[in-house]
Design a protein around this ligand. Structure first.
Ligand code: UDP
Length: 352
């Protein structure tokens, strides 16, 4: 197949602002190229991925949907980068078998019937906006095969859940080294933004006095500042936004990854990255992580928003065998297994 991937308009690739989508796009390119498909990526200018042929497009970035309330109408910035990316796609569409949309934004859904080429929509988040839900639902009624999601929990947040193809996620396991013996420290990783509720992990670290290493892009500076000032007794250390290679090296030495999503996490790529290093995951039983973690075997699922639950789970960590964590990543989240599902989905869309 000739595949044109259209990235998210909220940030450049490798900036960290796109969150898990950036890793998902990187992995998709890797796996589709390995299967001899031709892949090109359209993304905001300044984007970089080691394995990608990227067409950088000028224009203003979009505001991430999760920073908005559900009821606001769809807005487009002046000289929208997304508009420009899809104008490029319109011009070159006949060179490709399928276009893959990674934008969680109204425009590509609206444009679908106006394109001659097939468009596969990969949806990276749960429902966040009434106007976007409405637009996606209309498109899903006309193109029921073209909607891919990470998980069932994510699909269930949308009115068109029944047509969503659950594709999961996968990582290149050879990049993640298994570590049997951790140091006495915990990890938290992801975009530093309110929907991820980092403050809950910080509170758990404050209570247990086990150091918490924090990795990721500070997306909301004010939010980060308020956490640091309110919890100056907590033994936390901010490590910055690291490359996968550096991240897995640091992560492997941690006793557990804490995941504290306040929202329905669509998947949580960080969960499978931790498991691949042999690191158990302690998460609120909500969204993707609840489908990924085998409770009491590869981590613990905790009552959502319960700090006490996090602390109890931290105390139970010696019950977990880190080999089980790595094994679960190998059995369920390899790039090949995920690639099989993704490739089949794209082929089905192409032959419609
Ligand atoms: N990440 C990274 N370096 C860091 C911290 C995080 O590359 O220092 C990446 C991580 O590998 C993951 C992404 O950030 O792919 C976070 O994605 P996730 O699916 O967990 O959440 P999202 O941000 O999409 O809501």
């Amino acid at each position: 197949m000739k595949i044109l991937i259209l990235s998210t308009p909220v940030g450049t690739l490798s900036s960290g602002i796109g969150g898990g989508v950036e890793l998902t796009i990187y992995n998709l390119i890797q796996e589709m190229q390995r299967r001899n498909h031709l892949v090109k990526v359209v993304a905001p200018k300044g984007s970089y991925l080691q394995n990608a042929d990227i067409v950088g497009i000028e224009g203003n970035l979009h505001i991430p949907a999760q920073t908005q309330t559900r009821d606001i109408p769809t807005v487009m910035p002046q000289n929208s980068v997304l508009g420009n990316m899809w104008e490029y796609a319109r011009q070159v569409q006949s060179d490709y078998d399928v276009l893959v949309n990674f934008a969680f934004d109204w425009l590509p859904f609206y444009l679908t019937p106006f394109f001659q080429s097939s468009i596969a929509h990969f949806i990276s988040m749960g429902s966040l906006s009434d106007s976007l839900d409405h637009g996606m639902t209309q498109t899903a009624q006309k193109y029921p095969l073209n909607f891919g999601v990470y998980t069932k929990s994510q699909a269930n947040t949308f009115p068109f859940a029944n047509v969503c193809e659950c594709l999961g996620s996968g990582i290149d396991l050879s990049l993640y080294q298994f570590r049997e013996s951790p140091d006495k420290k915990l990890a938290w990783l992801g975009r530093i933004a309110p929907e991820k509720a980092l403050e809950d992990a910080v509170k758990a670290s404050e209570i247990t006095q086990i150091p918490l290493l924090i990795f990721g892009k500070i997306q909301d500076e004010q939010y980060w500042h308020s956490i640091v000032t309110q919890h100056h007794q907590a033994p936390i250390e901010y490590k910055g936004f690291l490359s996968t290679i550096d991240l897995q090296r640091e992560l492997g030495y941690c006793q557990a990854l804490l995941m504290t999503p306040r929202w329905v996490e669509a998947f949580g790529n960080v969960a499978i990255e931790a498991l691949a290093c042999g690191v158990p995951v302690i998460s609120y039983a909500r969204g993707g992580p609840a489908e990924i973690i085998d409770d009491c075997k590869t981590g613990f699922l905790v009552t959502p928003d319960s700090i006490e639950g996090l602390v109890t789970a931290i105390n139970r960590l010696p019950e977990i065998n880190r080999h089980d964590c790595r094994r679960s990543a190998e059995q369920e989240y390899s790039l090949t297994t995920w690639g099989d599902r993704f490739e089949l989905w794209l082929k089905r869309i192409c032959s419609e």
